[in-house]
Design a protein around this ligand. Structure first.
Ligand code: PMP
Length: 361
């Protein structure tokens, strides 16, 4: 006898999905998803141009071995210390599924990448958010409570602020019994990587991406560093979900991007110097923001109209900029609804952004 009194919806895994930034078409200034404003390395273009399309009839290499070796070689690690996936979102999702299988709540900051609670929910992982300090810096003390794992974005998003020296090490040392995932999506723009801690901490997993500093968001390439055993656990889960996660063009282009160190450093440095110029301009316009170590600035303003609150101002400026074809990100969420997250574009885009901002403030 079947379940005649049930609809299929009784069995649906219902989730509130993550909301990605808009991807508008046409000619806009796009400062809303922390993409790189410069094209990928010419070596990537060359690799894709040389792609043997006949070869696409075959499945890609499930171990992603050439990309894994390129990444391992670049960072002075062994292949066994590297895992790759379809953007760091895929890598992080695999990490949640692999390492957070206990009864105690996984901890992460109350203001952080808004995908963490979504993965926890979809996989049924208990979690608890931990307040940042009022200035959005990371306090390691609350991470001494009993937990089933920890996730820290460093530098953090959407605040752009990097953890103080020693904070990540303190969290790792006080939590030897659980996996600590450090999401270093923006590390190339000025934070201090946890990589030197990898040898001494088997509970450390560092997640990175080629989407930001290597200008490859469109190909979806992410990776993780861990000790051999942790990477093996990750691969066991990956091969139990989908063996062929990364496609052949991405594997080739990712390797080419990693190998072009000169180009990587050039565009990274350009983004950093533009960011410092934008900070100076925003300060002059009366904005407040922390010390961004990322390719975006998270800024608030007391308001310029009579009675205008920080939230009113942020919403108004977000809307006015959009009307003029300039997209930034606004999160209508407690604690951060008075802020705009502004990705760093080219010098020309940022000059235009500041010009328009002056006009509409
Ligand atoms: N982590 C953080 C903190 C991010 O901001 C992003 C970008 N949305 C990601 C991970 C995911 O990036 P990707 O999947 O493009 O590697």
């Amino acid at each position: 006898m079947g379940c005649l009194d049930m609809g299929y919806e009784d069995n649906v895994r219902r989730v509130v999905p993550y909301t990605p930034g808009e991807q508008p078409g046409g000619r806009v200034i796009k400062l809303n998803t922390n993409e790189c404003p410069y094209p990928p390395s010419p070596k990537v273009r060359e690799a894709l141009r040389n792609l043997d399309t006949d070869n696409l009839r075959k499945y890609p290499d499930p171990t992603c071995s050439e990309l894994v070796s390129a990444i391992a070689g670049y960072y002075g690690l062994k292949d066994e210390n590297v895992f790759t996936g379809v953007g760091s979102d895929d890598v992080l999702s695999m990490c949640f599924l692999t390492f957070f299988n206990g009864a105690d709540p996984v901890l992460f900051p109350d203001i952080t990448y808004s995908f963490y609670d979504v993965w926890a929910s979809v996989y049924g992982i208990p979690y608890k958010t931990v307040p940042l300090r009022d200035d959005f810096t990371l306090d390691p003390a609350p991470y001494r409570q009993k937990n089933g794992g920890i996730v820290i974005a460093n530098p953090n998003a959407p605040t752009g602020i990097a953890a103080d020296h020693g904070v990540i090490e303190e969290i790792l040392s006080s939590n030897p019994g659980v996996m600590v995932i450090v999401d270093e999506a923006y590390i190339d723009f000025g934070g201090e990587s946890a990589l030197p801690l990898l040898n001494d901490h088997e509970n450390l997993l560092i997640v990175r991406t080629l989407s930001k500093s290597r200008a490859l968001a469109g190909l979806r390439i992410g990776y993780a560093f861990g000790q051999k055993k942790a990477i093996k656990y990750l691969n066991d889960v990956k091969f139990s979900v989908n063996s062929y996660t990364m496609n052949t063009p991405s594997l080739l282009a990712g390797k080419a991007a990693i190998e072009d160190d000169r180009y990587f450093k050039e565009i990274r440095d350009r983004v950093i110097s533009t960011r410092e110029w934008v900070k100076k301009e925003l300060k002059e316009l009366g904005f407040s923001f922390g010390d961004s170590r990322t390719n975006f600035i998270f800024a608030s303003h007391k308001g310029t109209l009579p009675g205008e609150t920080e939230k009113d101002f942020a919403k108004r400026i977000f809307g006015s900029l959009k009307e003029r074809g300039i997209y930034v990100r606004y999160f209508d969420k407690p604690l951060i609804d008075g802020y705009l997250r502004i990705s760093i574009g080219t010098d020309e885009e940022m000059r235009e952004f500041i010009r328009v901002l002056r006009e509409i403030m």
